[in-house]
Design a protein around this ligand. Sequence first.
Ligand SMILES: [Zn+2]
Ligand SMILES: [Zn+2]
Length: 481
Amino acid sequence: MVEEGDTVLGEKITMTIQPQSSFVVMDQHTGHVVAIIGGRGEKEGNRTLNRATDTVRQPGSTFKVLSTYLPALDTGKFTLASTIDDSGPYYYPGTKTEVNNWTRTKKYEGLTTLRRAIYNSMNIVTVKTLNEVTPQLSYDNYLLKLGFTSLVDSRVEDDGRVFTDIKLPMALGGLTDGVSNLELTAAYAAIANNGVYTKPIFYTKVLDHDGKVLLDNTPKTEQVMKKSTAFLLTSAMEDVIKKGTGGSYKLTTINMPIAGKTGSTSDYNDLWFSGYSPYYTATIWSGFDNNRPQTERSYQKKIWRTVMERIHSELNLETKSFPIPDSIVTAKVCSKSGKLAVEGLCDHYLGGNTVYTEYFAKGTEPTEKCDIHVKATICTESNALATEYCPISKQKEAVYLNKSETGNTADTPYLLPSKTCPIHKAGSSSIFDDDPLYKDDPLYEDEPYDNNNDPNSEDNSYPPDDSQNQLNDFYSNSDHW
Ligand SMILES: [Zn+2]
Ligand SMILES: [Zn+2]
């Protein structure tokens, strides 16, 4: 304590540069932590803050894969082709808290496969999926086994408030305290290691001077998901790099496949990427120690890429793809129904061809044919279902979506019209004007054609607008999440 009359002989002030960053590299096959960086710059002291191991932060969307899509696929409840309706406004069930997609355009994509929801990091689909899986199952059967120690089961604060992570916001990485970079890396490494979790290890053994083993640190391992699940997640996360939110993480100086997931939190307080090659798993976190918003949002991409490129090129690791286990099969499916594609329907859909080939865990591939695409003839004058009274020249056959819409989505323009043409009716066409037999036919008097003019009914407008194309353009140009 400095008192009056004392002389200050020296003073040292240490400033911590901001924003900060942490980085962990693990060999997913051995569990060895081969590199760990707890902060920026030279290490200037011992037992200083290591942000990779000692700091927990909100993991954002990097958590979606672990909390939601892993249990969704591993339980067999969903496949990568399963579709969930991206529609809104959508609120966490039983609350007034709206779940927003990160694009914040209030545009909804409609029926979306889980694969697409992963690579475009879609929030509403993720929360709806976890709602089916249930947070409790995710927490008990997967998150704890993936080695997370900072998740909150239940904690009562001094003011009586109770906190728990076992609720739907965990789908999007909304946690009470957060996770450390090291534990997030180890969880991703389990996916990279065919579903086998290995507790990260920093040394293998300690010997005495006679070579006798004092400490043997053989890692603990556990198969926490099926091999097939690990592969399916890897495949979807390869798309994060190839066509989703993580395009900037593609290695450019070397040819090596990468799978991974981006994440960021409100106002970009945290920027994350956790990803892996067939050899190494690495996670970068960056942000301010005091949790402030960031305006620069791309530096972490360059760091992650540069580190991974140097590791692989200096070790001369040969290019190889992620191995496909025997328990994986493929099937041609429809991306709107998640069921087997039907030639002539799914590939002729008004909204564009929806046929694609998907990977499935053997036994989970769909056996039913797409039942959401239907062929119908409409009258181009009324954009309603054509009737026998519509002139042939006005009739047009097309494939529509037979879906009940809960809100306006990109699917809406392509919905099967629910009404028949109100313009061309019995007696309105010149063909029938001269036909007294027809006019007098009592069978036709009760036809409810007038219902088609109900002003309160929904308008299924046609032709479709180009919102789907705008959406696709938006996603293909975006790489900032
Ligand atoms: Zn279809
Ligand atoms: Zn008509």
